[in-house]
Design a protein around this ligand. Sequence first.
Ligand SMILES: [Zn+2]
Length: 581
Amino acid sequence: MLSAAHAADKPADTVYRNGYVYTVDARDSVQQALAVRGGRIVYVGDNDGAKALTGKKTEVIDLQGRMLMPGLIDGHMHPQSGGSRLLNCSLNYESLTMPQFQSRIQACIDRDKKSGADRWLVVVNWFQQGMLPDGVETTAGMLDVLKTDRPIIVRSSFGHSSLLNSKGVKVAKVERDTPDPAGGKITRDDKGNATGLLEDAAQDMAMNLLPPLTVAENLAASKAALAAMRQQGITSFLDAYTDPETMTAFTDLQKQGKLTARAHFAVLIDLDKGATPQSAVAELLKQQKQFDQGPTRVAPSMQVRHAKLFMDGVISAPAFTGAMLEPYLVNKGTPEKPDWQPGASTGPASYFSQDALRTTLKELARAHIDPHIHVDGDRAVRESLDAIEALRATPEGKRVRPALAHDEIVDPADYPRFARLDVTPVLSFQWGKPAPDTLGALKDYMGPQRYATVEPQALLLNAGARIAYGSDWPVDPLDEWFALKVGVTRTAAPDAGKEYAGRLTAQPGMPRAEVLRAITLNAAYTLRQETQTGSLEVGKLADMIVLDRNFFTIPAEDIANIKVLQTVVGGKIVYQSKGMR
Ligand SMILES: [Zn+2]
C-alpha cells in the first residue's frame, strides 16, 4: 500500500472525475473522483484532490456524472459450461411454440454443413416449462420432422431433462425393456415405449455418448465465457465445479494475455468412488499445485483455494432431490379436488453423512482450503451448519470461510446461525421471482408455511448474514443486472406474462446497497480477496466498472436495463462500449 504522501507526489496513470463514485467502503460513501497508478487505486475523493495527481501523461476521463463502482464479483458460476453453451445451438431460454422450437433447431442443422450423420446435434438452453401453449407435449416425434439424419439432444436449461429424436433414442439404446436408472426416469407412452424425454440421471444414457470437449473447444468456451463476463462487468469469479481441462484452458488464455478476470476454481470433493476425505483433499492439493498461481496481484491470475461439496440436489419437481427436514407434500385428493398432505419422502439422505462431512471439513481446514457447499433443502442447510459448528470448535476451523450455495429453503431457526458461525450464503437473486419453477407446483408440494420462506434473501440478511451473490450461470442466462433487479424487487421481467406478475411471496426485497455489496465486497470475502478488491479504496486494485445509468436513482425495474460502459481490471480497460466515448 502506498502512503498518502507518496501517492500525492507522483502523477496518476488515469484520473476519473465528475463521477458518482460509489465506493462500497464501510460507510458506502459516494465520491466524485478516483485516480489509478500501477493498476491500484491511489486516490478517492473530490475533483480538486484528483487534480493534484494529474500530470502531463495522465489520462483524464470525464465521467459526466456517470456511476463508477467496484467490478462485479460472481461468487458461483460455471464458466466452462456457460461458455460452451454460447457456442452450441441455443434456444436462449425463450418460451417457444412448437413451430418456433422446430425452426430454430432446423436453422442450427442447416448452418452446420460439416457434421456427418453420426454426430450428435446438441441443443441447449431449452426453456422446457415455458413451451407454448401450456402443457404441449414434447416427444421425439417433434424432432423427427426435422430434415437431418443426425441424433439430436435438446437439453433443458434446468439440467433436469433432455429430449432426444428417434435416432438419438436408438443410438442411446433407450429400449422398451430398459429399466429406469437410479435417480432417473425414462418417460414412456401408454404402450411403454420411450417418448424421447429423459429425466435426471437417465439423461446420462445420451450424455455419456457425447464426445468430451476437445482442447480447442475448451479454449473457445473459456474465451466466450470471459467475453461475456467483461461485457457484464465481472472482474472476478469462482468456477464452482472445475476440472483440469477447464483450468488448462484458462491457463492457456492467460499465457496469451487474454485472462480478463481474476479466476478462482473450486475442485469437487466426492467420496462416492471409494475416495476418503484424505485422498480427495490430496487430489485437490495436486490440482492446486499444478494450477494455483499464488496471492492476488495486479494482473489477473488463477487461484485454486476452494473445494466444492454437494449435500443434496434440487427441491424442484420432478427430481425432489433437495434434502428436507419435513416431507414433500403429495396430492392425496384428485387433480380437480387436490388435497396436499405430507408424503413419505423428505428427499435423499444427504450426500455426505455427518461424520464424513466433519472429517472432510477438518481435512480441508488443515489444507487451508475453503469449503463451498451446495445446499438446496433445509435439511442440507441444517446438517452443513451442524458440521461447521463442530469445525469452528477446532483451532484450524476458526480461520475457515465456509460458503453455503443456493439455500432455497432454510428453516427459520437456522437463519441466525449464518452470522453466529460466520457462514456466507451465496445466493442467486434471480431465483426469487414468480416463474414456472417457483409458482404452482412448488407451492403445492412445499405447503404454504415453507413456501412463504422460499429464496430467503432478505430474511437471512435481516438475521445478520453476510450475503454474497453467485449467478450459477448457465442455469440461467448470464444477466447480473437482471439478477440484481430481482434481488431488490422480487419481481419477474415486465414481459414475463400476466401469470408471473407481482412479487414472489410476501418477503421483502433486499436494499439496493446490500444487493451491490453482495456482488462486490461480500463475494470478494468468500474469495479471500476483500483486502484487494470489492470496494474502491486507496491501495486496492483498480477493478471497476462505469455504468450507463445510476443504480441508486433509477426506478428499481430499470436496474435490469443497466449497461456496463467500461470494465477495468487491475487498471487496464478490458471492455469498453461505444457509449463511453
Ligand atoms: Zn452451481
